[in-house]
Design a protein around this ligand. Structure first.
Ligand SMILES: [Zn+2]
Ligand SMILES: [Zn+2]
Length: 183
């Protein structure tokens, strides 16, 4: 893949894409191809329908692991992720395209698109576990929302998923609760 902007690390972009897709798996607006294209996966637009369908299946299989990350400590996540990594066929190379500078690709450009995306996702999570553990994986704090998020803030202050309604309705509820207490 290529970076959307030089300020975003490829690992973070890939993890956020994975989380976004897992969040949308159960919803009726799952748009795998569009989501990946917008995130800078350059092969997304030309990938075959079969490859996109296989990718949806693979994401469903990975979904329980990714969804559990906010609840797992790093050791638990390490063990579970290793089970996935042992089955991952990768063929790394150092790529340099589109002015991004040298960076790792885990699959050759001839690999099926779904295999490339899954390899990118698993290796990004692996790198994240080594760098930060599971601490940046979170679940939305709004009532009745189970969506996941990746907390890329410096002071790890993120509380809500990327649905802006979750933050606003929680703040409204908090405000009402405070008013009630003050009565
Ligand atoms: Zn690349
Ligand atoms: Zn939410």
């Amino acid at each position: 893949m290529q970076l959307v902007s030089p300020s975003q690390s490829e690992i973070q972009v890939t993890i956020e894409v994975a989380i976004g897709l897992v969040n949308d798996l159960g919803a009726d607006h799952l748009e795998v191809r569009t989501t990946l294209d917008e995130a800078g996966f350059s092969r997304a637009t030309t990938a075959s329908a079969a490859s996109i369908a296989r990718l949806e299946t693979s994401l469903s299989e990975l979904s329980p692991l990714i969804s559990a990350l906010p609840d797992l400590d790093t050791e638990q996540a390490r063990v579970l992720l290793n089970e996935e990594l042992t089955e991952l066929a990768i063929s790394p190379s150092i790529a340099d395209h589109d002015g991004v500078g040298p960076h790792l690709h885990w699959s050759p450009s001839t690999a099926p698109f779904d295999r490339q995306v899954i390899a990118d996702i698993l290796m990004a999570i692996a790198q994240e576990l080594c760098d930060n553990g599971t601490i940046r994986f979170g679940r939305c704090g709004a009532e009745d929302c189970q969506r996941l998020f990746y907390d890329g803030t410096r002071n790890r202050s993120r509380r809500f998923c990327d649905d802006s309604r979750c933050a606003s309705r929680t703040h409204t509820a908090d405000h009402r609760a405070r008013l009630k207490k003050a009565e």
